[in-house]
Design a protein around this ligand. Sequence first.
Ligand SMILES: CC(C)(COP(=O)(O)OP(=O)(O)OC[C@H]1O[C@@H](n2cnc3c(N)ncnc32)[C@H](O)[C@@H]1OP(=O)(O)O)[C@@H](O)C(=O)NCCC(=O)NCCS
Length: 159
Amino acid sequence: MCRAASSPDHCVSAPCRFAELGVEHLGAVAAVERESFANPWSAEELGWVVQEESGVCVGLWVAEELIGYGLGRTAGVRFHLASLAIAPAWRRQGWGGRLLLEMLRRARRRGCQGCRLEVRTGNRAAISLYLRWGFRQEGRLARFYTRPVEDGLVMYREL
Ligand SMILES: CC(C)(COP(=O)(O)OP(=O)(O)OC[C@H]1O[C@@H](n2cnc3c(N)ncnc32)[C@H](O)[C@@H]1OP(=O)(O)O)[C@@H](O)C(=O)NCCC(=O)NCCS
């Protein structure tokens, strides 16, 4: 087990709540998605992920506001983290790390032993976040992303 991820609680002071995402949350999730990605998934596309049986889809609320979400799915003992975002006004306050660890905790509870993800090579914030919480680069996928075309880094950590 990777010991890098103990608890990021030290950097977060406001009370928060994690909960599984349902179709009723898709409007709020899509709003954060639009603020976070150049090619956002639509509410309909997000709905497919949220309703998958293997899905691990978690929202993060502060008071009544959805400030972030993570989407992933299990495949045997592997967990694939497909998306993670924090609304711009809430970034650099430790929420991304806290959400990431909650996703990993839930994947571990479902029997997963490792987590894999892909990230744009130019996404410095996300790469730093993943490195900070124990992920290591495992490979590189040429021209993995479109609009704009960019290579992807494959990152992995044990759970
Ligand atoms: C990536 C993202 C989720 C990080 O969320 P966050 O709440 O800002 O993350 P944290 O506050 O927990 O940051 C933890 C660490 O990540 C790194 N980090 C986060 N944002 C960074 C930035 N803009 N530049 C450099 N490092 C950054 C730092 O190491 C940071 O620790 P520090 O603040 O002590 O220096 C957020 O920037 C985001 O939603 N981006 C748009 C969506 C996205 O790209 N998601 C990833 C898809 S793979």
